[in-house]
Design a protein around this ligand. Structure first.
Ligand code: NAD
Ligand code: UDP
Length: 328
């Protein structure tokens, strides 16, 4: 239908991007997912292939982006997101946050589309203000190992604001705090996939540092609802979306051990350089501007995520470690 809204979702084969494809398909949009599959997986969107309102474009958005036809919205989610991913490909990470964002802002101008960019709580670095409010400028080490990601995202915010103020482009900026759920890559190195996979395989949990650093974990469905509301709002400044329920990493490990029915046996490893010691979103703006707050608590979110991991961790059969000897 000619009046169907058309949305481009970059990073559409990734964890968050694939959930966004599902949401916008369900809302009746024509969805164009674009991804170079550097960390994503077509398995995340294979159920959408063949549907009339879905297209997939295999493309690196750091190169010139072309999409035929009209576009109403662009969600720019392409970027490695896990520390082990962006440490492996720091230059591609800097390029997708800078050149990639520039390409998509240019495309948005030509198409007269509204753009929402996926920024991150990492723009606050190792924060000295707690919980983090949007007005806080952050404490980032540009030349540390995480600098490639954090500074790419800070540049992304800056160029997005410049297109908004200088060209009058309709832009939205979301600062996403740690989000989890089904379709996270099992070996992406982030704490939840690491702990769940280790617990299911009967291994000790790799706790970095003494585990006293904190994070606050948001279930993916809540995040997607926040993104949907922000995109359709008229608010151009950054908005934090996350679940403020803060927990230490050690307590998180204990929680995962209880959930999976194993004894908590930490395997302490050195704390990575510049690993933020605490993180928790102040979500006052999201509540006031979007009427948004998280609905899924960690107990429920972890139960749902565990189901996915039980089906997908190699060597785990019906939720149990499969010790049957194999011949290859
Ligand atoms: P992900 O790695 O699962 O997904 C990222 C996707 O982007 C992948 O499919 C990857 O192949 C694709 N991609 C990377 N570079 C690309 C390029 N140059 N061209 C085209 N595609 C490219 O990660 P995710 O957790 O789904 O994160 C998605 C976005 O959300 C990222 O921008 C990330 O910075 C942001 N974010 C995520 C979280 C979180 O907790 N998951 C927190 C803050 C911000
Ligand atoms: N972490 C850990 N063990 C792991 C992976 C991560 O203790 O196997 C810690 C990590 O040092 C950090 C927290 O868990 O303090 C969250 O790490 P993650 O990579 O998930 O996200 P980010 O640091 O980007 O918030």
């Amino acid at each position: 239908m000619a009046d169907k809204k058309r949305i481009l979702i970059t990073g559409g084969a990734g964890f968050l991007g694939s959930h966004l494809c599902d949401r916008f398909m369900a809302e009746g949009y024509h969805v164009i997912a674009m991804d170079n599959l550097v960390t994503g997986d077509l398995k995340n969107i294979e159920h959408l292939f063949g549907k009339e309102n879905f297209e997939f474009h295999h493309h690196d958005v750091s190169k010139f982006v072309f999409v035929p036809g009209k576009l109403d919205y662009i969600l720019h989610f392409a970027s490695p997101a896990s520390p082990i991913d962006y440490l492996k490909i720091p230059i591609q990470t800097l390029k997708v946050g800078s050149l990639g964002t520039h390409n998509l802002l240019g495309l948005a101008r030509v198409k007269n589309a509204r753009v929402l960019i996926a920024s991150t709580s990492e723009v606050y670095g190792d924060p000295e203000v707690h919980p983090q409010v949007e007005e806080y400028y952050g404490n980032v080490n540009p030349v540390g190992p995480r600098g490639c990601y954090d500074e790419a995202k800070r540049f992304q915010e800056a160029i997005t604001m410049a297109y908004h103020t200088h060209h009058g482009l309709e832009t939205r900026i979301i600062r996403i705090f740690n989000t989890y759920g089904p379709r996270m890559r099992l070996n992406d190195g982030r704490v939840l996939p690491a702990f769940l996979s280790q617990a299911l395989r009967g291994e000790n949990l790799t706790v970095f540092g003494d585990g006293s650093q904190t994070r606050a974990f948001c279930y993916v469905d809540d995040l997607v609802e926040g993104i949907y509301r922000l995109l359709l709002s008229d608010y151009p400044l950054p908005v934090n979306i996350g679940n403020p329920d803060e927990i230490t990493i050690k307590e998180f490990g204990e929680e995962i051990a209880r959930l999976t029915g194993v004894e908590f046996k930490p395997d302490y490893r050195p704390l990575p350089t510049n690993d933020p010691m605490k993180r928790r979103p102040d979500i006052t703006k999201a509540k006031e501007i979007l009427g948004w707050e998280p609905k899924v608590d960690r107990a429920e979110g972890l139960r749902r995520t565990l189901e996915y991991f039980k089906e997908n961790v190699p060597g785990v059969v019906n939720g149990q470690v499969d010790n049957t000897p194999r011949t290859f």
